[in-house]
Write a protein that binds this ligand. Structure first.
Ligand SMILES: [Mn+2]
Length: 354
């Protein structure tokens, strides 16, 4: 460690004493991770299959950090799936490859993966997890089995990007505007635009840190929260139109395969619609049923502390968190229409006069 780094660490320790609510990464762990990266001939950065904003943001942010820090070192951007269209505005999103092949001397950085199988490379690339390759994981999921050589796992962090920011600050790496924009994307998507209950004071500090580094906030907001494909809007229209309220206090909607066909939307475009169904005031929970390839999927949400939707999902062999859960059952959706004839007030008045 050089003198400058010594100073950074000293200043950080003081800051952390003054603001204990900022994220703190143990310096020894950060140093071990840094050594793995420095001594690798090539570094492969990997995020989970079906990547979300935090997976893509942390993968790109980390990969760019290494390229900037170690010019000439080869960095592979790897994910079994491509970046969703929403995140293709991020620098480097089109550099993601799907065919990483192991070479001796490679080190792996695995981002936002609560367990090895989420990379969908655990069978094709056992060397990632069997100790053959030195590896570092950055993650914020509970019950992470700590599968890497260095495990930077912080379940209290709202996003993996937040951990990458803390790591960069701990080792004294500079955050360029491009890197900050990638990392801000993950902070925003995993907190639902700073609206979810995981938005701690530490999240706001991370956002401030990234904005100071030149993160292009408006680009992220526009791409992630203010852009909707026609097909998505049409699908959501169908979801919203079909909301019905049950006597148990549920706001329920359903989308059939016909709805997907008619709107031209694919299954992934249903993501986010549940938050609107969940917005009906006074409800205990919300549920969207969706039909795909002979399976009915259920997404459950609640805003209430006294309702546990994971217990409801468990009744259908599903699972999840107390406030967000899901299940899948083989079958099809059968629409049921209910009508009830009621007298109008006028008629009631006429009845009374008779
Ligand atoms: Mn995440």
């Amino acid at each position: 460690m050089d003198i400058a780094q010594h100073h950074i660490v000293a200043v950080q320790r003081i800051c952390h004493r003054i603001y204990p609510f900022t994220m703190h990464i143990p310096i020894d762990e950060a140093r071990r991770a840094q050594e793995i990266i420095a001594s690798a001939s090539r570094v492969v950065c990997i995020c989970h299959r079906n990547p979300d904003g935090d997976a893509i943001g942390s993968l790109l942010g980390m990969a760019h950090l290494i390229e900037q820090q170690y010019p000439g070192k080869v960095v592979v951007f790897q994910c079994v799936d491509p970046a969703p269209a929403t995140f293709r505005f991020l620098p480097g999103a089109l550099r993601i490859v799907h065919d990483y092949a192991y070479q001796p001397g490679d080190a792996a950085i695995i981002l936002d993966c609560g367990e090895p199988k989420l990379t969908e490379m655990h069978i094709t690339h056992p060397m990632l997890f069997d100790g053959t390759m030195p590896s570092i994981e950055f993650d914020h999921h509970h019950r992470n089995p700590m599968y890497a050589s260095v495990n930077l796992v912080f379940p209290d962090a709202a996003s993996t990007c937040e951990i990458v920011v803390a790591f960069a600050d701990t080792v004294g790496w500079h955050l360029s505007p491009d890197i900050a924009t990638c990392l801000l994307t993950g902070v925003y998507t995993d907190t639902g635009g700073l609206l979810h209950s995981n938005t701690t004071s530490s999240v706001y500090r991370t956002v401030a840190r990234l904005l100071r580094s030149g993160a292009r906030r408006q680009e992220v907001v526009t791409a992630v929260f203010r852009t909707g494909k026609m097909s998505t809007l049409k699908l959501w229209g169908r979801v919203l139109e079909k909301i019905s309220l049950t006597s148990e206090g549920g706001a329920i909607s359903a989308v059939t395969e016909g709805d997907f066909r008619a709107s031209g939307a694919d299954y992934s475009e249903l993501t986010g619609a549940i938050d609107y169904v969940n917005a009906v005031p006074g409800m205990r929970f919300s549920l969207i049923l969706s039909e795909r390839d002979g399976t009915v999927k259920g997404s459950l949400r609640t805003l209430r502390d006294d309702v546990d939707v994971s217990a409801m999902a468990a009744k259908f062999s599903g699972g999840g968190h107390k406030k967000a859960a899901g299940f899948a059952l083989p079958g099809k959706l059968k629409p049921e229409l209910r009508w009830k004839v009621e007298q109008t007030e006028e008629e009631q008045g006429r009845d009374a006069l008779r």
